[in-house]
Design a protein around this ligand. Structure first.
Ligand code: S3P
Ligand code: PEP
Length: 448
């Protein structure tokens, strides 16, 4: 089932070369953050290139429920008139975050140190995901949370009336947990310190600095230590959202596996905390080049050119790279199916608590399509069949997970028989133009 409505079965089949330019939508992580921080400052924040995927639209709706004025001006241009740090209103109703872990966890952090109560819910996928990883550190500020067994949504948070700043070592590599603590720290007096043992995406830190917060990062023996001074006055900003490397991954990987392809994916953020997939693909022997490298809004950006790469080799992905490509393992496993030899992915336990258990979902679907997969709790391997040898022909369950649905549709673009997914509906959460964009490049992908 898709999160809102009936399932949308989709099929992809082998096609001629993919060619042309793929203008992928705005970055999902940065889009959520620009709405939330826009709501927490005084004045009007303007945003261009906002991802208008369902996850981000649900966050926009939530910010309205907390009192911000959020306006859609069309064509990815939005504005947010914020209520200031500590100025959230109490929502009248349940906050439905749909399918979005980022949305719910960051918003919980943002409201946790304000004197209001809010109840959060989501779709069947989100309601199954662990929230204690966020509510445990929020409790240190004085926030109370009551949810279902195992720390699941629906869940009610009672914001701390007299929040105290915290020092917290994040026990799992998670930018969502780090960000929730930092956003809660905004309304606590004094310094909140977050330490992460593995560096995760740093968009919250960068954006907080842009909005005028006092925030610094240093490397220590314990890991990256981020110190935020609470109760700043945040200044409204203009934010240009760069295109999403996690969405770029799909046309890039499709071009690598479809014979004869040559695709340009312009303007992709190559922040080192996000670009691990592209490094990995190049190590596998992918014909993937960075053109027109430049800096935009303080972030490294390049145009990616991906060409058909028939001689890719499986590799062992360094586990310390996992955080910088965590959402890209499903599509990497598809490329691995077309490579020669084994691709080994270790240190990826977090994949089991995403929109689906992504190791399990990919292992089942890849096996059904003739690929050998082995797995353990925090690792998996894919034994490549090589070009021309991927059978295809199976129906895969997308498990309410956009990345699983898109990954299997990429698999079908070069397999011997078409690949079907039971529900392409979740694709709209992060990449609403996936189908027309891939079709425009020459792919054969359609709703059944
Ligand atoms: O902070 C973010 O924007 C995100 C962090 C990651 O989740 P975790 O924090 O659970 O690793 C990632 O998987 C998600 O798509 C977006
Ligand atoms: C894990 C993801 O998103 P979220 O955690 O925000 O649901 C993702 O987009 O791959």
């Amino acid at each position: 089932m898709s999160s809102h409505g009936d399932p949308i079965p989709m099929t992809s089949s082998a096609c001629g070369p993919l060619s042309g330019t793929a203008n992928v939508p705005g970055d999902k992580s940065i889009s959520h953050r620009s709405l939330i921080l826009g709501a927490m400052c005084v004045g009007e924040t303007t945003i261009t290139g906002l991802l208008e995927g369902q996850d981000v639209l649900d966050t926009a709706k939530a910010m309205r429920a907390f009192g911000a004025e959020v306006t859609d001006h069309g064509g990815g241009s939005w504005s947010v008139r914020g209520v200031g740090v500590g100025g959230f209103a109490e929502p009248d109703n349940v906050i439905d975050c749909g399918n979005s872990g980022t949305g719910v966890r960051l918003i919980m952090g943002a409201m946790a140190t304000q004197p209001i109560t809010a109840t959060f819910s989501g779709d069947a996928s989100l309601n199954g995901r662990p929230m204690a990883r966020v509510t445990d550190p929020l409790a240190l500020f004085g926030t109370q949370a009551v949810g279902r067994a195992g720390g699941r949504l629906p869940m009610t948070l009672v914001g701390a009336r007299e929040p105290v700043p915290v020092r917290y070592v994040v026990p799992v590599p998670s930018a969502q947990v780090k960000s929730a603590v930092l956003l809660a720290g905004l309304n606590a007096p004094g310094q909140t310190v977050v330490i992460e043992q593995e560096a995760t995406r740093d968009h919250t830190e960068r954006m907080l600095e842009g909005f005028g917060a006092e925030i610094s990062t240093r490397e220590t023996d314990e890991g990256r230590e981020i110190t935020l001074t609470g109760q700043p006055e945040l200044n409204a900003q203009h934010i240009e959202v760069p295109r999403d490397p996690s969405s770029a991954a799909f046309p890039v990987c499709a071009a690598l596996v479809v014979p004869g392809s040559d695709v340009l994916v312009p303007g992709i953020g190559l922040n080192p905390t996000r670009a691990g997939l592209f490094t990995t693909l190049r190590e596998m022997g992918a014909d993937l080049t960075y053109e027109n490298e430049r800096t935009e809004g303080g972030e490294p950006v390049a145009d990616l050119r991906a060409r058909f790469s028939p001689d890719m080799q499986g590799i062992e992905v360094p586990p310390e790279r996992a955080a910088s490509m965590i959402d890209e393992y499903p599509v990497l496993s598809v490329v691995a199916a077309y490579a020669k030899g084994q691709t080994v992915m270790r240190g990826v336990r977090e994949l089991r608590v995403k929109e689906s258990d992504r190791i399990d979902a990919m292992a089942k679907g890849l096996r059904a399509n003739g690929i050998t997969v082995d797995e353990g709790e925090d690792w998996w391997t894919v034994t490549g069949a090589g070009h021309g040898n991927v059978a295809g022909g199976a129906i895969c369950a997308s498990e309410l997970d956009h990345r699983i649905a898109m990954s299997f549709l990429i698999l079908g673009m070069a397999s011997n028989a078409p690949v079907r997914v039971d529900d392409g509906g979740p694709i709209a959460t992060s990449f609403p133009i996936f189908e027309p964009l891939m079709t425009e490049l020459g792919a054969s992908v359609a709703r059944d």
